[in-house]
Design a protein around this ligand. Structure first.
Ligand SMILES: NC(=O)C1=CN([C@@H]2O[C@H](COP(=O)(O)OP(=O)(O)OC[C@H]3O[C@@H](n4cnc5c(N)ncnc54)[C@H](O)[C@@H]3O)[C@@H](O)[C@H]2O)[C@@H](O)CC1
Ligand SMILES: [K+]
Length: 492
């Protein structure tokens, strides 16, 4: 599991560690890791042109000390000071001693940045408030246009460490070297995208973080890795028959949208449930594609036993079916039209009774439910998912460039999916995901586990299907088994 901690928690752990170490030791650890990463991306340090963008805090200090190390190895290092007079004094002296030089006119440094082999972004780190200040914007833009590699110190300047929000311009890094702990903003878009490849440098915070208690001490975001997913996947025992493996009911599709039902069933069949029961007006289309489906002519309440329901994909305006499904005392996944048709009170009531519900909106649907603009959800995914999870007392999987999963009530760490691909933004791909998630719910996974495992497999399947080209939702469904095998094959 890759875990990310809030700034507050990281700071507390740093304080605890600093009290036990000689002054400046932590910064030296950070700078050594940063310099090593810079040397790696440069390949050849000697003779390379390095420009440091240096702000007024310790983030700039890290950049200056790392710059000194590179200068000692023969790089030409120049530091552009965004706040001359407030730059880290020790770091500045170290750089000068190592033969580096200082440029105090930030405005005149654009050309230098464009021509550099390496630009080190030490403008702000976890102490950053708001977006990049005005003076830094032309430099961030020059770094992006320029020919060199951009390495961000701790996190790309302009990105909010706790949320991944980027207000206005932010530095676009190729590599981010982060210290002590991942920050949520490195796992969640848009921050994740600005960060590029994230390299972790252990500065010894582990004990402070692990010892933290209460909400401040626990991780704020976590990303499953192969081994975590492998542990969560349902495995049929020798004595399992199809009913013990769970039956998932799919109440989806309409005369107008039969395809949504077919895709949801396609996802569900690959998700580990023993059988898939379909309820709705698209039974003919479903059977034509998946003859193994148990098709019922009756409504959800009389369709026969299921261990979980999926309701909503392509459901049109069938509020009665949504209400019937929500009244069942089994886990329910609500997607697409179902989200609009589900009454808040009915969903909350389930949560308060302890019956799991997983809602799977994309940003537009989440915005409609929250009564805000879509952009607001996209730029603050973590907050939006938590807010919905609190309002509905349900787990919320917010689909998008980074899919995030918040637990019912909105507290706890938010799961962030690391496997997505932009090619998954294709019609019907969400229907496959909902079937897959429902199947995992029926197999007994909790709402958060079912959602995050479904997103993980779906993302991997999407990557396998796409291989750099557009992909159809059917193709994604068809590669889920391969994704499953690759996760299990990686070993636990
Ligand atoms: N505290 C520690 O023990 C360690 C800190 N480290 C580094 O220190 C960083 C945190 O240092 P600081 O707490 O000094 O904070 P930062 O260096 O992140 O930024 C704070 C400074 O930037 C200014 N500032 C805030 N928002 C700004 C904005 N939007 N644009 C421009 N300037 C802005 C503030 O006035 C303040 O002077 C970490 O991100 C990490 O890089 C590392 O050296 C490891 C050890
Ligand atoms: K930075």
């Amino acid at each position: 599991m890759r875990t990310a901690y809030s700034v507050e928690t990281v700071r507390a752990a740093e304080r605890e560690l600093m009290a036990r170490l000689p002054e400046g030791a932590l910064m030296q650890r950070a700078a050594a890791g940063l310099a090593a990463a810079c040397a790696d991306v440069l390949g050849r340090v000697y003779g390379s042109r390095v420009v440091l963008l240096v702000g007024s805090g310790d983030n700039g200090g890290d950049a200056l000390y790392a710059g000194a190390r590179l200068a000692r190895r023969g790089a030409g290092v120049r530091a552009v000071l965004l706040a001359p007079g407030r730059a880290h004094a020790g770091g500045l002296a170290a750089l000068r001693r190592a033969g580096g030089s200082v440029v105090s006119d930030a405005g005149g440094a654009v050309g230098l940045v464009e021509q550099a082999d390496l630009v080190v972004d030490g403008i702000v780190g976890i102490g950053g408030k708001g977006g990049l200040r005005e003076a830094a914007v032309p430099l961030a833009e020059a770094a992006r246009r320029g020919r060199g590699v951009v390495v961000a110190v701790d996190l790309p300047s302009g990105v909010d460490a706790d949320t991944g929000e980027a207000r206005g311009t932010a530095v676009r890094a190729d590599v981010t070297v982060t210290f002590g702990a991942y920050k949520p903003g490195l796992l969640i878009d848009p921050g994740r995208e600005y960060a590029g490849v994230v390299r972790f440098v252990d500065i010894g915070l582990g004990r402070g973080l692990a010892g933290g208690t209460g909400p401040a001490g626990s991780p704020r975001a976590e990303a499953l890795q192969h081994a975590d997913v492998a542990r969560l996947l349902p495995v049929p025992g020798a004595e399992s028959d199809k009913y013990r493996r769970g039956v998932v009911g799919i109440a989806a599709g309409s005369a107008r949208y039969p395809g949504a039902a077919v895709l949801a069933v396609g996802g569900a069949l690959r998700g580990g449930a023993g059988a898939v029961r379909y309820v709705g007006p698209a039974g003919g289309a479903v059977l034509a594609r998946y003859p193994e489906t148990l098709v019922s002519e009756r409504g959800p309440a009389r369709a026969g036993r299921v261990q979980a329901w999926v309701v909503g994909p392509g459901a049109g305006d069938d509020a009665a079916t949504v209400g019937e499904v929500l009244a069942a005392d089994v886990p329910v996944l609500i997607d697409a039209d179902g989200l609009r048709l589900a009454e808040v009170g009915a969903v909350r009531g389930r949560g308060l009774r302890g019956v799991p519900t997983l809602m799977t909106p994309h940003a537009g649907e989440a915005a409609a439910l929250l009564g805000v603009e879509r952009e607001e959800v996209e730029s603050g995914r973590l907050a939006a998912a938590r807010e919905l999870a609190a309002r509905y007392e349900a787990a919320v999987l917010l689909k998008g460039s980074t899919t995030v999963v918040a637990e019912a009530g909105g507290g706890g760490a938010v799961r962030v999916n690391p496997t997505g691909t932009p090619w998954l933004a294709t019609a019907g791909s969400g229907d496959v995901l909902s079937g897959l998630g429902g199947s995992l719910l029926a197999a007994g996974l909790s709402a958060v586990d079912a959602g995050s495992v479904a997103a993980y497999l779906h993302g991997l399947a999407g990557r396998f299907a796409a291989e750099g080209a557009p992909v159809a939702a059917e193709d994604v469904a068809g590669r889920i088994a391969e994704a499953w095998r690759s996760v299990v094959g990686a070993g636990v």
